[in-house]
Design a binder for this molecule. Structure first.
Ligand code: NDP
Ligand code: PYR
Ligand code: MG
Length: 642
């Protein structure tokens, strides 16, 4: 394997054949007996090298002269490519050829193995002297990295250390994450990713995804083509307007698609090269960011209305044009609800789109509720549900619960919805508010006297399940939780808002205020709590349980559209993974330790449903879908280089 990273300057005159950068470079390679392993014409727009070759050839076609810099250099190390001697008015070509060896191989995160390169590989790939003599196995590298990460006290330092590793050695990053998922999930994902987004402008080192801003209007297709990987299977896209419960973080929201996609790989086994994080930048209404000198996005207020819709439409069209009609899961993430529902509805008939906050969250919460029935008894339809928060997560979950109840009871949706109540910032959603309600709240406007506060709603409706999706921390007050405990033997309390600071209550509060009787889960993780001698382990009700396996199921079956029944299938698969041992600890979700196996089960159930519905295109259907899912999964083990 070889790689070049050289430059050559061009003057605006004519091209002189023998001195063309291509022939010069080839001559150099031959003379130094370096083996070109792959220089395929079909890599002409592949990462680094071929793109540059093409731009150089274009330069030649445009009538540029290649000047031999040898003639301008006397003595010492030759400035063969003229990069040292070029003046500001001379063009320099940033030569790079993508087949990596030597120093460049060490800097290629896809292929770098660091100290794990064997002696033979070091010899064959020009690495001798570039590494200290020791050769260590990947397992020891994992141990060493974990030791280093554990020494950092500040979560953001751990996050940055993980991001550095991802940029340095991708396989090691994923091995670390897969083998230490419980410990590292709170670092690469919520809650730490929230802080990382808040400080993204300061901590960003290398771009980790595509930024598509209003400036790119009219040329989004070209921008997509700048991404080095071509075989994309999953895109996670945000416009940064509702990042976790932290509000509008504009372009700094990029941390979310990056984090979600690292989970697609670590938890769901989708190849990292098939994942593309995208941030659409239409400005921000966050005054603090607009005045922050380190802000990396467009310094303007958010575009809305037609301007927004046109940019998004161009983006959606370009995605299809660039990647074709073949399957590509596009996950909308952390859009504000005034755009999220409309985008999902508009594109769900033309694209394979999925909104994680509405649909993935619904599936994960339904799974937890189905599992919790083992602890509290009864059927889903025997329970009463009250939500604080009637946005994407709240109404998304409510709708899937109602759908599942309807399937179980054969009652119409309109009936099953009546067992579910939602409170928003103005109080209980009731029919007298109908006129002023956003469209996604209207199905939940039941006949009832207006109620202003959550506490009054709790005392009036007497729910068996209380779900927080408000994005506002500490809104499940002591009175609210004690109220739940006063009429439920085992109140189910889910504080789903992220990150930890926005959780509606803490695990400790939930257990203490219910005398250890609550069945509690939260969006961001909480440590186990000891209450009167018993240890309670809170579960993590987070869509991270669902979207990686869900996405894998869509990809492996070649599914062309998402259907609600697939969300139900995913929920059923997840719920069935909760063991008696988990229940004994009060858990309604399995631990993340086995998440890859769980993802394979979810993927298999989703794919099976897709085949059943006639939405899968990969035919024939594999006989054993679980085995098939497992066999499709990316492995972070190093490969041997010839
Ligand atoms: N655990 C998980 O997997 C997931 C967690 N979430 C979390 O859920 C939260 C909400 O997300 P999402 O639904 O997308 O956000 P939305 O903005 O769509 O919805 C928020 C809802 O909360 C209501 N609300 C805000 N403040 C209050 C308040 N003080 N009292 C009562 N209601 C209030 C809003 O009311 P109004 O409509 O009147 O403005 C709105 O209905 C976020 O923190 C997010 O991180 C989201 C997805 C997945
Ligand atoms: C988990 C998630 O998707 C959210 O909090 O938005
Ligand atoms: Mg989200």
């Amino acid at each position: 394997m070889i790689s070049l990273n050289r430059s050559c300057f061009l003057n605006k005159k004519s091209v002189s054949g023998p001195c063309s950068p291509f022939s010069q470079r080839q001559k150099r390679l031959t003379s130094s007996s370096v083996r070109v392993v792959a220089l395929h014409s079909n890599r002409s727009r592949d990462r680094n090298g071929s793109v540059l070759m093409e731009s150089t050839l274009k330069g030649m076609r445009d009538g540029l002269e290649v000047v031999d810099p040898n003639s301008t250099v006397s003595g010492g190390v030759q400035d063969v490519y003229g990069e040292d001697t070029a003046t500001e008015d001379q063009f320099v070509t940033p030569w790079s050829l993508s087949v990596a060896s030597g120093y460049t191989l060490l800097r290629d995160p896809h292929h770098n193995k660091g100290l794990a390169f064997t002696a033979k590989e070091r010899d064959a790939h020009y690495l001798c002297g570039l590494l200290p003599p020791v050769v260590i196995p990947q397992e020891l590298q994992v141990k060493k990295m974990m030791h280093l990460i554990r020494q950092y006290q500040v979560p953001l330092q751990k996050y940055m250390s993980m991001m550095d590793l991802q940029e340095r050695n991708q396989k090691l990053f994923y091995k670390l994450l897969i083998e230490n998922v419980e410990e590292l999930l709170p670092i690469v994902y919520t809650p730490t990713v929230g802080e990382a987004c808040q400080k993204y402008g300061s901590i960003l080192r290398r771009p980790q995804g595509l930024f598509i801003s209003l400036k790119e209007k009219g040329k989004i297709l070209e921008v997509l083509r700048n991404w080095p990987e071509k075989n994309i299977q999953v895109i996670v896209v945000t416009d940064g307007e509702r990042i976790l419960g932290l509000g509008d973080l504009g372009c700094h929201g990029m941390g979310i698609p990056v984090g979600k996609l690292s989970l697609y790989t670590a938890l769901g086994g989708v190849r990292p090269s098939a994942c593309l994080p995208i941030t659409i930048d239409v400005g921000t209404n966050n005054e603090k960011l607009l005045n922050d000198e380190f802000y990396i996005g467009l310094r303007q207020r958010r575009a809305t209305g037609q301007e927004y819709a046109e940019l998004l439409h161009e983006f959606m069209t370009a995605i299809k044009q660039n990647y074709g009609e073949k399957v590509l899961v596009q996950q909308f993430e952390d859009f504000a609800n005034h755009n999220a529902f409309d985008l999902l509805e508009k594109y769900s008939t033309t694209h394979l789109v999925f909104n994680d906050d509405i649909q993935g969250t619904a599936s994960v919460v339904l799974a937890g509720l189905v599992a919790s029935l083992k602890l509290v008894g009864g059927a889903l339809a025997d329970h009463r549900f009250l939500f604080l928060g009637a946005g994407e997560a709240g109404t998304g979950i409510a709708e899937l619960i109602a759908l599942e109840m309807s399937k179980q009871t054969n009652l119409p949706l309109e009936e099953t919805r009546k067992r579910i109540w939602l409170v928003d910032s103005k109080g209980l959603i009731v029919s007298s508010r109908m006129e002023s309600l956003q469209h996604f709240k209207k199905p939940w406007a039941h006949e009832h006297e207006p109620i202003k506060t959550l506490l009054d709603a709790v005392n009036d409706i007497k729910p068996t399940v209380l779900i927080g999706t408000s994005g506002v921390g500490r809104t499940f007050t002591q009175e609210v939780v004690e109220g739940m405990a006063s009429f439920n033997e085992k109140p189910i309390i889910l504080a789903l808002s992220n990150p930890t600071s926005q959780a509606e209550c803490t695990a400790e509060e939930a257990y203490t205020w219910t005398q250890g009787r609550a069945i509690f889960a939260s969006g961001s993780p909480f440590a186990p709590v000891e209450y009167e001698g018993k240890v309670h382990v809170p579960g993590q009700a987070n869509n991270a349980y669902i979207f990686p396996g869900f996405g894998l199921g869509l990809i492996m079956s070649g599914t062309i559209r998402v259907h609600d029944d697939m969300l139900l299938a995913a929920a059923e698969a997840l719920a069935s993974e909760v063991t008696q041992e988990n229940y004994d600890k009060g858990l309604i979700y399995p631990p993340f330790t086995n998440i890859r196996k769980i993802s394979a089960q979810i993927a298999a159930k989703v794919a099976a449903k897709a085949y059943e519905l006639g939405l899968a295109t990969r035919l024939p259907q594999p006989i054993d879908l679980v085995k098939h899912a497992e066999s499709c999964m990316y492995s972070p083990a190093y490969r041997s280089y010839r």
